[in-house]
Design a protein around this ligand. Structure first.
Ligand code: GAP
Length: 558
């Protein structure tokens, strides 16, 4: 199969618009930076992702696999509000610490985020040709680079003062490469990007406004929470101010006590929450990757402190396996354990599941973080609210009583603030990774763009086509379509389309990522068989029409 391995983000964005996966929000008014809408196929793709998370994390956690204690994993859902009491965000640390380092341009007055140099460089028009220099063996050929600078060096990078000084960037790159070569090393693209994104090289590149080239002020903290005002009041003051949540996690912590008191859950157990979060990102970019409104799917798993490391490892490994199970396989997905100096003061472990998006390649971008949060959040809310958020462990109590421990000692050991493991996934980033992974070009096909979604994620599950729109075929197709819709309609679209050549109809389904097409032809009318066409191979086989439902059941359920 003549497939190309390098995926073009432009091609993916264009297909997503053309086929109704993703649209710019408020497009008819010129769009609004950092906000995206989903069209019919995108909305269903995201629903499939959310449903899979809900099913595999809450309803049947970890596919029924036992936890490290040998017992089934127990989880329950909540659905909490976007607006909460403002004190929630003081306790969580978001009012005081949820900041990005910002610089203001003295000339154009725009805000600039100081730590995004590498992303800005990637947007420069010379970045693509530069990457190609590394592609032969991933190492930089300095002589080719010199020739390349001669050719491109004078050209200006579009609208970016940071790289308006393109020559400066290239000189720096050359100096870095020569420096490495003098030390007997060769520079990879990855090393180059790391070097220019960290001081002192980044400082050399970042001394002017990327928008107009003006002078920048010293960095200062910019809070990412959106503020609003609650209630019918003419005065908008701090007394009626509130925040749009920057994460769904805090809704779980503040309902922890209610869940304990109103259900029969016992530690260890998890509470899951999905929903929209808002962050006033300074530099929303890379399509939906960093948006100002996005959806999260977070689980807080509460356990005894002594068992928390085992649960941390368990969730970290399961979450990686889960993303693989829905189609993000191979080298594009990695699990990266944070270095100790990257951890928050209360965390004893954090890992990220990262995906190699076309715009981060050869690097990776975060899809989900799995963090050991200790007892930080419950302790903070206990302190700020005055409510008691500890837990009395009756199962441990029974065990210690059987061992004959004194009552005081038992009470001391059995009352504690649980520790918490947090797998926090982004559903928009997840959907974007599914779209990037699915996108395939096969030049040997008449219509080369194919979206190879995992069948569980595919927004269109199946299509039924009459070969021609006459001779009794449309009626048979309509009957089969109705049957399939009744059985599988809750999982996604079941399409039918009598118009155009069959090749064009297949091509449309390939672009939308529909895994199976069933065609009714003249043979169907005599022997009750249909053709089933596989999206990925284009291969066709004949099966009995009354086997179509079980054929799909075997491939779509789970
Ligand atoms: N409660 C922990 C928490 O919110 P996070 O790493 O800030 O952790 C979790 O966010 C996930 O939410 C990220 O891994 C990412 O997938 C998604 N996410 C965060 N900020 C985002 C943004 N601006 N746009 C899209 N997704 C975002």
């Amino acid at each position: 199969m003549a497939e190309t391995s390098i995926k073009s983000m432009d091609a993916i964005v264009s297909l997503c618009k053309r086929r109704g996966f993703i649209y710019p929000a408020s497009e008819i008014y010129g769009g609004i930076n950092g906000f995206w809408d989903y069209g019919p196929l995108g909305a269903q793709l995201k629903k499939n992702l959310r449903d899979a998370w809900w099913q595999d994390m809450i309803m049947n956690p970890c596919w029924g696999r036992p936890g490290p204690d040998g017992e089934p994993v127990r989880c329950v859902p909540v659905e909490t509000r976007i607006i909460q009491h403002p004190k929630v965000w003081e306790a969580s640390g978001h009012v005081g610490g949820f900041n990005d380092p910002m610089q203001t341009c003295r000339q154009c007055k725009k805000l600039v985020r100081a730590d995004h140099v590498d992303e800005m460089l990637r947007e420069a028009e010379w970045f693509g040709p530069l990457v190609s220099l590394f592609e032969s063996g991933d190492h930089l050929d300095i002589d080719r680079l010199r020739q390349w600078i001669k050719k491109y060096g004078a050209k200006q990078a579009k609208g970016m003062a940071l790289v308006r000084e393109q020559k400066k960037v290239l000189e720096l790159l050359l100096a870095l490469a020569e420096d490495l070569r003098n030390r007997g090393e060769e520079m990879t693209l990855h090393q180059f990007l790391q070097r220019i994104a960290t001081p002192p090289e980044s400082a050399q590149l970042c001394d002017m406004c990327p928008n107009c080239g003006g002078d920048l002020t010293a960095p200062r903290a910019f809070n990412l929470m959106f503020k609003t005002f609650v209630g019918a009041t003419t005065e908008q003051t701090d007394d009626n101010a509130a925040y749009l949540r920057p994460e769904t996690a805090q809704g779980i912590f503040i309902q922890f006590k209610n869940v304990l008191d109103t259900t029969r859950v016992k530690l260890p157990f998890g509470i899951g929450n999905t929903g929209i979060s808002f962050r006033n990102e300074v530099t929303p970019r890379n399509y939906t990757f960093r948006s100002r409104e996005f959806e999260q799917a977070e689980l807080e798993f509460f356990c005894h402190p002594d068992e928390s490391q085992d649960w941390y490892k368990f969730w970290r490994d399961f979450r990686m396996e889960w993303w693989q199970s829905i189609g993000l396989r191979g080298d594009n997905l990695v699990l990266r354990e944070h270095d100790p100096d990257e951890l928050s003061h209360y965390s004893t472990g954090t890992s990220d599941v990262e995906y190699r998006f076309p715009f981060t390649a050869p690097g990776f971008g975060e899809l989900e973080g799995i963090a050991h949060r200790g007892c930080f959040d419950l302790s903070q809310h206990q302190e700020h609210s005055g409510a008691k958020l500890d837990y009395f462990d009756t199962e441990r109590q029974a065990r210690l009583q059987a061992q004959g421990l004194p009552k005081d000692e038992i009470n001391k050991q059995c009352r504690y603030i649980p520790h918490c493991i947090e797998p926090a996934a982004g559903l928009d980033r997840g959907a974007l990774a599914l779209l990037c992974e699915a996108y395939t070009r096969d030049e040997s096909r008449p219509s080369p763009e194919i979206m190879r979604f995992h069948p569980r994620m595919a927004p269109i599950k199946a299509a039924v086509f009459p070969l021609v729109n006459k001779d009794g075929m449309p009626e048979v197709a309509a009957k089969l379509h109705a049957e399939l819709f009744k059985r599988f309609g809750h999982l996604g679209f079941i399409e039918t389309d009598p118009k155009q050549s069959i090749g064009k109809r297949y091509a449309r389904m390939d672009e939308a990522g529909c895994p199976y097409c069933f065609t009714i032809d003249s043979e169907t009318l005599t022997d009750q068989t249909v053709t089933v066409r596989d999206r990925d191979t284009g291969a066709q086989e004949r099966i009995a029409i009354d086997r179509v439902t079980s054929y799909l059941e075997e491939r779509l359920d789970g």
